[in-house]
Design a binder for this molecule. Structure first.
Ligand SMILES: Nc1ncnc2c1ncn2[C@@H]1O[C@H](COP(=O)(O)OP(=O)(O)OP(=O)(O)O)[C@@H](O)[C@H]1O
Length: 291
């Protein structure tokens, strides 16, 4: 990354009023995902789990959206979550990220971090990044500036305006650009990107924080077939370096990326296995795939 480019980015961000301190709001009004992590503490995965949920339940006005849900994810795993509408997939992600508090149950990040003792912003800082379905990039900023911004949203306005990437951060930005296939678009305004490119950019913003666990909600919804295929490649690249939980309805995409698929229904795990295994499961056929 050239110093000129970095300078231009800093100036443009300053011109547009700079980033906000917390929970940045995008032009589309959406919530920016969990950016702002600077802690690089390790997560204890000696028990072979990066995420562990046990007997988690939550009710809304007496309706059990999550019902004794138990599941765990191994470090570096790419877990796909499927299930019919209303199965509780989004609510489960809300619980993991601290947006919703369960009525009961256990939610651990690694062996030692009790996520129920942490607030939403703290959970993002611990290394859990979340990507909502709708892209929430900053449309009036360039690709470069969006990625740069992801490094500094926990700083005050003044500190952010003075912020310059150090060489490690600059290298990281270049690496992320390469990973998300946007090297040729670094100076384009995010608002001019295609839907798929905006989704990749937002994933790149999460990657700038080097999250341990990425939660991705319907990442290929609205993408062209080509964008979907490139997203599959991207996720397969991320697997191993990060743990991923992908909620998706697109079965051909799931088939391309999945190892273990968890089927949620009525707030708990109905079935789990390879896609072929769960698709052959009579209970799954009845409640979901057979519809
Ligand atoms: N804040 C809330 N208040 C009341 N009910 C809620 C709330 N959040 C979720 N629900 C209900 O909980 C159930 C699970 O919803 P959730 O959005 O988690 O399902 P989902 O599997 O993500 O569905 P979809 O695939 O349609 O996105 C649904 O019946 C939903 O209406």
């Amino acid at each position: 990354m050239t110093p000129d480019l970095m300078e231009a980015g800093a100036e443009r961000i300053a011109r547009h009023g700079g980033p906000v301190d917390h929970a940045p709001q995008t032009e589309s009004g959406g919530r920016a995902a969990g950016y702002g992590r600077h802690a690089t503490g390790e997560v204890d995965v000696t028990h072979g789990r990066i995420l562990y949920l046990e007997d988690v339940s939550v009710s809304f006005d007496g309706f059990k959206a999550i019902n004794k849900l138990s599941l765990d994810i191994a470090p570096g795993e790419l877990r796909c979550i499927i299930g019919p509408n209303g199965a509780g997939k989004t609510t489960m992600m809300d619980i993991i990220t601290g947006k919703t508090r369960p009525d009961e149950g256990t939610v651990f990040f690694g062996s030692t971090i009790d996520l129920l003792r942490h607030k939403e912003a703290e959970i993002a800082q611990l290394g859990i990044g979340r990507k909502f379905q709708k892209p929430t990039v900053f449309e009036h900023l360039t690709v470069f500036e969006n990625l740069e911004l992801a490094l500094k949203t926990d700083k005050g306005v003044k500190a952010s305006m003075l912020f310059r990437l150090d060489s490690a951060q600059s290298d990281r930005l270049a690496e992320v650009l390469h990973t998300i296939h946007l090297e040729d678009s670094v100076q384009r305004l995010a608002g001019n990107l295609s839907h798929g490119q905006k989704q990749w950019l937002e994933i790149g913003m999460l990657l700038m924080q080097d999250p341990k666990l990425l939660l991705l909600d319907e990442p290929v919804a609205g993408m062209t077939d080509e964008e979907t295929a490139r997203t599959a490649e991207l996720f397969l690249t991320l697997k191993g370096k990060h743990s991923l939980m992908v909620v998706e309805h697109d079965m051909s995409f799931i088939r391309t990326i999945s190892e273990i698929v968890t089927v949620l229904c009525d707030g708990s795990v109905l079935a789990q296995g390879t896609l072929d295994e769960v698709q052959a499961d009579e209970r799954v056929i009845e409640v979901y795939l057979g519809r």
